[in-house]
Design a protein. Structure first.
Ligand SMILES: C[S@@+](CC[C@H](N)C(=O)[O-])C[C@H]1O[C@@H](n2cnc3c(N)ncnc32)[C@H](O)[C@@H]1O
Length: 296
């Protein structure tokens, strides 16, 4: 036994922590296929310990000792549906923050500033989709941006934000819309004053008037064919494509283009899809943002 492994075993015995079970190559392949087919997640061999740790910890919580038994629970039983949601929360990364990519917000502001009044309603309508909203910071950032940009116009306007993610627990956090002072450090003081109210010690809640504009909903980006969406002015898709392989990234962005209104914007994370081309969009000339505008 190597010194490192021996030390781990000794420390596990010492602290009373049970070691996680071993995963065979065959079990690893089954899990990789399951996660890729259901949520698009690509797990190379180097991430095997990430997988065993996350599965193992959850299995320990529910008293399962074998990866195959857990696999069967997820894929062959009724309880598997609920358990799958819990596992998805464990294996997906929900890191996010307010105002994460200011350059993209500038592109959005310019779009809203120039958007024509809709002749039918006599106002400027803006529909925005945050495709992987995590705990809501991105969606509320977009809402604040739209609210300010519309208020700066002389005519009346309306906006709504559809905030979707695969993680139910993250969506719950977004619906609660309560954030710690630490999480709000990237927000300008006037945004904190204008869009948040105190909700406890070092906690702030998004004001109702803004919360009402954001609708949280569970959408697996791999299942866009089954998602009745459309008519979007702005689709924001940042820090999501990185979890998928190239063919899946292309399929997703091609599909997102279909959900855009003519003139609408698709805003991606810088470097998340290099060399992608679609005849229905043109790249927005902005060296700091990866954005495309729907033609027609
Ligand atoms: C790193 S966070 C990015 C959050 C936010 N877009 C940002 O840039 O700050 C990635 C999010 O993608 C979500 N996600 C992962 N796979 C997904 C899928 N197949 N469908 C929808 N959301 C997914 C995760 O639950 C997580 O909240």
């Amino acid at each position: 036994m190597s010194v490192v492994i021996k030390k781990e075993v000794e420390s596990a015995i010492f602290t009373g922590i049970e070691l996680l079970p071993d995963m065979s190559d065959q079990q690893f392949q089954c899990w990789v296929q399951l996660l890729e087919s259901r949520i698009g997640m690509v797990l190379p061999l180097e991430r095997r310990s990430f997988l065993t740790t996350n599965l193992g910890l959850r299995m320990r919580e529910i008293g399962i000792k074998d990866y195959s038994e857990y696999y069967n629970l997820l894929t062959r039983t009724q309880d598997g549906v609920r358990e799958w949601q819990i596992l998805v929360d464990r294996v997906t990364v929900h890191e996010t923050r307010f105002n994460r990519h200011p350059n993209s917000l500038e592109v959005i502001e310019a779009y809203i500033r120039d958007k024509k009044v809709d002749p039918a309603s006599g106002r400027v309508n803006i529909e925005i989709w945050s495709t992987a909203c995590a705990t809501g910071e991105e969606a509320f950032t977009l809402a604040m941006c739209a609210d300010r940009a519309l208020s700066a116009r002389p005519d009346s306007g309306y906006f709504g934000v559809m905030a979707t993610d695969i993680s139910q627990s993250s969506l719950q956090d977004g619906r609660r819309a309560v954030y710690s002072k630490r999480r709000m450090k990237d927000l300008a003081p006037e945004l904190v004053d204008g869009y948040f109210e105190p909700a406890g010690v070092d906690l702030y809640r998004v004001v109702d008037s803004l919360r009402r504009r954001v609708c949280f909903s569970c959408v697996n980006i791999m299942n866009l064919d089954q998602t009745p969406m459309g008519g979007m002015d702005i689709i924001y898709c940042q820090n999501l494509l990185i979890y998928f392989d190239r063919p899946k990234r292309e399929k997703i962005v091609n599909k997102l283009v279909e959900y855009l209104l003519p003139g609408g914007l698709l805003i991606l994370g810088s470097g998340e899809i290099i060399g992608w081309h679609n005849d229905k969009v043109r790249k927005v000339k902005d060296s700091h943002t990866l954005a495309f505008q729907r033609l027609g």
